[in-house]
Design a protein around this ligand. Sequence first.
Ligand code: FAD
Ligand code: NDP
Length: 596
Amino acid sequence: MPPVTGAISRALVEGIIKENRVVMFSKTFCPFCNKVKDRLKSKFIPYHAVELNLGTETEMNNYQDLLKEMTGQRSVPNVFINGKHIGGCDDTLKLDDEGNLLPLVNAKATEAHNYDYDLVVIGGGSGGLAASKEAAKLGKKVAVLDFVKPSPAGTQWGLGGTCVNVGCIPKKLMHQSALLGEAIHDAKKYGWNVEPEKISHSWEKMQMAVGDYIGSINWGYKVELRDNNVKYLNSYGEIKDRHTVVCTNKRGKTEELTTQNILVATGERPRLPDIPGIEHAISSDDLFWLPECPGKTLVVGASYVALECAGFLKGLGLDVDICVRSIFLRGFDQQCADIVGNHLEKEAGCKMIRPATPTSIEKLENGMLKVHISNGTTVVDEYKTVLMAIGRDPCTSGIGLENVKVELAESGKVIVNDGEETNIENVFAIGDILKDRLELTPVAIQAGRLLARRMYAGAVEKMSYNTVATTVFTPLEYSACGLSEEKAIEKYGLDNIEVYHRKFWPLEWTVPGKDANLCYMKAITIRHEPNEPVIGLHYVGPNAGEVMQGFSAAMKSGLTKTILDGTVGIHPVNAEWFTDLSITKRSGAELKNSGC
Ligand code: FAD
Ligand code: NDP
């Protein structure tokens, strides 16, 4: 909110009113002005406040005299919307109470129409649910369709999409189950009278507990939709034309909804290779719902899904082999990816079959699966379960996008601009189906909320896909925010970046005598810029996600190495080492682990 400066003319005031959709002449200490600001903020309506008390007294009086001359009102707040004088606090709040504020701010979004809905959302996952609730909160009539096609192995689940049912939530809970197993071993060293050799794990109990929790979330989502007046249909959606969505329910009954706008948020499903015997394999869509323990498992793939699943299965005590086609965690900082992969192999005990890709799966009489791999002659082994985790395909076919000619990339992903708008004016898209965007739950949620606010509140904020932190929940966790070292070199050149790094020995690992040389962190900076802006942070160690979340906020706020150095650490935690990074890679100095 800029202070008032310079000479105040009527032309200046008229210019401010003309250039801004919502203008408030205000004083920072005025409770009535703050009431109006709070109301506008609660509706995500962006406004331009001219704070009269921040200029000189002459300027302030000058403004108020001019406003009196123009509107007959000298007091603040003095509010204008789309050039029209609204009045003071009571007038503005009344306008909103009577439902006329949003239409005045955003006439396009509130155009009268005769469709059944303002917005129909296809896909009730992370993005679709967030967008539909936000649009409904802004007074729109919204329907959301969510329908789960069973996986090839027949698994199905409830409302909420991938994250809740077959992604983040069951994955993190099963990862936690595995970490607890490890903690029992540590507990003995800490004085607990346990006999780790005698403990056992029940997959069935864990799966039921996880499934029950997911069931409660599914139910909670339905309640939230109802409370927000969003119509939920457990139906498959297909776009018929720009304003009609055909909904088909489980029994094959169809109905047509007409709508002003359509939002597509149909997510992705696991890709399965076209190899003989693939029907014997499962994907992550099935793993979390297996009623019985998967037993000895071959995990195919080496990215997020593959390594996380392999990690918790191994942690639960199963034999796990991993079929790695090329590198670990493509797209991530490769030094950190290798630490994670090597830990899985050498510490956790997964067998790496590398480089390899399966060519066929054969079911033996004893029910075990024999897997043949790419070099043609090798049979890998016999497994109870083969888990395919080789990537995911967008759910963009069979949903009528071709009927309205929405532009798709070759991969089937939807092409949108920086406002999540497709090439068709009233068709929008968010989440995993987008080309060149991050496939993460908070990204889909944030994009959905911001889109609804731009569509229906006149908000202008767009989704920023930069400096989004992410965590790989492998037994040794890895979290990153910003650029990998490879990307930083590619973008700025080796000479222009600095990599500060260190090994650290988590205090909690000392008593149980765990490896002192595993955990690692690095900060990548732009070397010659003032204060050295931080462009990448990487942390491999316990509680990686919890560590990186706060640092990602700092990076969004322009974190520099000078700020990191000036930050006082919290002792004794692992994240504190980020405030004490002094060794550069360029120096070639040997890294020694640091304990407390
Ligand atoms: P989804 O959540 O997939 O929702 C799409 C919904 O639309 C689904 O319910 C689908 O059935 C439905 N649908 C599809 N077509 C139609 C149709 N025609 N009509 C009606 N409904 C339809 N992200 C993280 O941030 N952290 C993690 O730890 C994490 N872990 C993951 C672990 C695994 C194993 C996987 C697979 C993913 C993980 N992700 C994680 C990614 C995260 O789950 C996704 O980024 C997120 O769910 C994407 O949300 P979305 O709204 O785009 O799609
Ligand atoms: P990715 O597309 O990221 O990775 C696919 C993996 O499978 C790669 O390792 C790839 O190897 C390998 N692969 C592909 N084809 C074959 C083949 N024929 N044989 C053997 N290996 C093969 O997919 P994911 O499913 O792991 O993840 C999808 C997205 O889901 C991620 O990008 C992420 O955004 C999200 N996610 C997020 C998580 C989190 O936040 N913790 C957890 C899980 C998923 P190659 O490198 O050789 O191509």
